[in-house]
Design a protein around this ligand. Sequence first.
Ligand code: SPV
Ligand code: MG
Length: 551
Amino acid sequence: MSNAGSSATRAGTSRSGPPETRFTALRREITSPSLSFLMEAHDGLSAKIVEEAGFRGIWASGLTTSAALGLRDSNEASWTQVLDVLEYMADATTLPILVDGDTGHGNFNNVRRFVRKLCQRGIAGVCIEDKLFPKTNSFIGDAQPLADIDEFCGRIKAGKDSQTDDDFVLVARVEALISGRGMEEALHRAEAYHRAGADAILIHSKKSDADEIFTFAERWGNRAPLVIVPTMYYATPTDLFRQAGISTIIWANHLLRSSMAAMRETAARIHEDESLVRVEGSVATVKDIFRLVGNAELEDAERRYLPARPAAGAVVLAASGGELGGLTLDQPKCMVDIRGQSLLQRLVGTLRESGVRDVTVVRGYRKEAVSLQGIRMLDNDRHAETGEAWSLACAREVIRGETIVAYGDVLFRRYILHSLLTSSADIVVAVDTLGVSHPHPGKRDLVTADHGFSGDYLDDQPVHLRRMASDIAPREIAGEWMGLARFSARGAEWLQEEIAAMEAEGLLEHGDMPLLLTRLAAKHPVRVKYFTGHWLDVDTLTDLAEARNFT
Ligand code: SPV
Ligand code: MG
């Protein structure tokens, strides 16, 4: 992974002075007189959770790393596969990691290579146990064979001679108590390993009480730091270990075990219910995943490194009066209130939420009543005798670059706009296919296209506008234009050209948007995007009532 090298030397826990490396941080934890704790992790995500909980070091357990890969704790994962997992863990956190190196993956020579690779990847320490390759988990069976003491000391020396950072920690794990060889053998081995250069001794026990650990600690007398794994004697109060002078406690497998319990329960519920309803409240949110893996940092980086895409602008056509009785006596339709916000305010809100900030409104009827902060206003003072094409032409100066054109009396869900904004077409119009079979008699923005809406999820062939008008034959109607179109920078140039052409032909004054779009479709591809509802326009009082329910 790209940043593994730098993570080797990046600060772990920073006190005052120069930043501390992870190697130094682990050495400090292991050698400090106070009791330290290492928490198990088995992948990048669990490593992050350990760090988030406040631990100062990670135990990369052999048992749980294997199990998370679906393997047994019997060296079934190769040492390079273990190294790959460690790299994800190191990249995911700043904490020092003590890796369970099992028996060292072979003889002294394998230990040498393993330790060199660990140092390269910023893994702060390794624990090797005095058993034979391939290893067996300590809690399986009795009287597992132990390594020859001198041979194991050779593995320790080889490891220490191969470390490339002075603070790399090698912990020698004594399995004599686990194998039933007794206290004297355990002490004898610990002494030999200490002399061979081990930085700490892990004394392991599988008894349900900690008596043999306390006896060992007393007789050991702090010759080197002692590390313990109280998986089986979990009920012993931690303070007793503190009093016994233990250096470090490893909580060896509890994140994997807790996640197994949670995953089982969730899987069983979903299987039984064929629904997510009962589990939704008890599982981590998707947002939490984004947070934990650092999506916010990626967004920052995108701002720093990606070329900024010029933001789209919008022209909102809001010059006409509307026929909403008393509601449109003193104000145009776009200013009618929909639950505390004007139609225009809602429309502009949707545009802004989608990153379209440069909004121009072409007003006309009762223009003094049209106001909205941060919006450019242009006027069509001939609104009473002109059509939409003329209103749009009033905004010619702002039609450059990517441009949205919208009627001022429409509301639509944000995904519809998003879909137009992400289209690769130069001109794309949003068309509603609902109500196609019985079009409203007053509708004028009816669409005929080269393909109707198939309703097939997998049908993604592009559809193109043929004509937009009020007089489309019923069987030809593919849908109704929602009053929302997007033009790419090139599409905006074509739009300017078409406005100029209509002007030259004397059609601009009375032309409407359907005519303009139909003319464009005759010269350029005008893409149709089908939707099924999720929008409305406000032509009548009934529409208005619906709009008030829409938000
Ligand atoms: C591990 O976590 O893989 C260990 C500790 O080696 S134990 O399972 O207790 O042996
Ligand atoms: Mg292990």
